[in-house]
Write a protein that binds this ligand. Structure first.
Ligand SMILES: Nc1ncnc2c1ncn2[C@@H]1O[C@H](COP(=O)(O)OP(=O)(O)OP(=O)(O)O)[C@@H](O)[C@H]1O
Length: 352
């Protein structure tokens, strides 16, 4: 077994991934002292690929996403787009990056300007970046984009303000705005978590259709592995815990054959309609439900105080490295590194 990063297919094929996070860290100064919200994260995404970033609240997902979107500068490491560090790009390349990578926020109400109509919200980037010429063409394109996100008839929404729309409709507007500049990657940060279940499912279905039709890549952030399973079944999933990636691999393997005890615990938290499947899950219970503070990380593996497979002297020594345990799948766990992961038995089950 060898130390590994979490860059999937493109690197293996010798291509430069469209976007890479190379050893990216983010340190915040807080009252409790400096915290490392992201610690040496390696990820890569290509157009058409889905990468799900999963973990509990506070695991560093949004911090990683903001760095990927160029909204925050890493304390360490680099974010590269088309192989170029975004923080040393010239203006033209940085503008290409900004157009190519669009961020869809968890709370569309906070990210939509309340004083702008939907027409103004959608046409502003189209006109600013010269995607279309003239207000008539911009309005026509805005109507097409609304139809793409299933807001029909578009004409009935263009003159409305965000407060006149439902949460699901606002989220669709955020997605339509993200599509204005023909992005290569959409970063969707818990973008359905504030919606009611039935609305969430329809917004997820719409995003899934865009994923398939437009060939756009997704960095899809969620605390809910069930949603990663739904959205990212044919992509990869990285599981984050207290700022570090603890497991990475094809989503099907992560769901059906997880190796890290934390991933197993997240999977156990997914309600399972089939009792036989529930029986095959076997993480054992967590030793503690308390998530340690980033300001006082446990020594060694930071999951060890909660881990059902904890072994004194092994897990509370060094920080475990992310190592390849099966083709395409890597885990940061001393016990798995010592005992092996076993064979993955991946059921090609249909997406729920
Ligand atoms: N600007 C900041 N200053 C200080 N601490 C911060 C800042 N931004 C994030 N943090 C801290 O960094 C840690 C990771 O936060 P982050 O929002 O990235 O996690 P998350 O996994 O996205 O969680 P959630 O799902 O709750 O948004 C948290 O402890 C958070 O309080």
């Amino acid at each position: 077994m060898t130390a590994t990063d979490t860059a999937p297919a493109a690197k293996a094929e010798g291509r430069t991934p469209l976007m890479t996070l190379n050893g990216v860290s983010q340190v915040f100064d807080t009252k409790a002292g400096p915290i490392r919200a992201c610690d040496q994260v390696n990820l890569s995404i290509n157009p058409g690929e889905v990468l799900c970033l999963v973990g509990e609240s506070g695991s560093g997902k949004t911090t990683a996403a903001r760095m990927a979107a160029g909204l925050a500068k890493p304390s360490d490491g680099t974010v590269a787009y088309n192989g170029i560090d975004i923080w040393s790009m010239n203006r033209r390349d940085f503008s290409t990056f900004r157009r190519g990578v669009q961020y869809v926020h968890q709370d569309p109400y906070a990210s939509l300007n309340p004083t702008r109509t939907i027409l103004q919200t959608i046409t502003a980037p189209l006109l600013k970046h010269g995607v279309v010429k003239g207000s008539k063409a911009a309005a026509q394109r805005a109507a097409e984009l609304l139809a793409k996100v299933d807001m029909t008839p578009p004409e009935s929404f263009l003159s409305k303000y965000p407060h006149q729309l439902s949460g699901g409709q606002r989220q669709r507007i955020s997605v339509a705005r993200a599509l204005t500049l023909d992005p290569k990657i959409i970063i969707a940060d818990e973008s359905t978590s504030m919606l009611d279940v039935s609305i969430r499912i329809s917004v997820l279905a719409m995003l899934g259709r865009l994923r398939d039709e437009l060939g756009v890549g997704f960095l899809f952030i969620t605390h809910d592995l069930a949603i990663a399973k739904y959205f990212g079944w044919n992509g990869n999933t990285a599981v984050m815990y207290l700022g570090r990636i603890v497991e990475f691999g094809p989503t099907q393997q992560i769901i059906n054959a997880p190796t890290h005890p934390y991933t197993r615990a997240l999977i156990d938290a997914i309600p399972e309609p089939d009792p036989d499947l529930t029986k095959t899950k076997g993480a054992g219970s967590l030793r503690s439900l308390e998530i340690p503070s980033l300001a006082h990380l446990p020594v060694g593996c930071s999951f060890h105080p909660r881990c059902p497979r904890f072994e004194g002297g092994l897990c509370d020594g060094a920080v475990p490295e992310l190592i390849t345990v099966r083709p395409g799948q890597s885990t940061a766990c001393h016990v798995v590194a010592r005992d092996g992961a076993g064979d993955a038995e991946v059921r090609d089950e249909p997406v729920a």
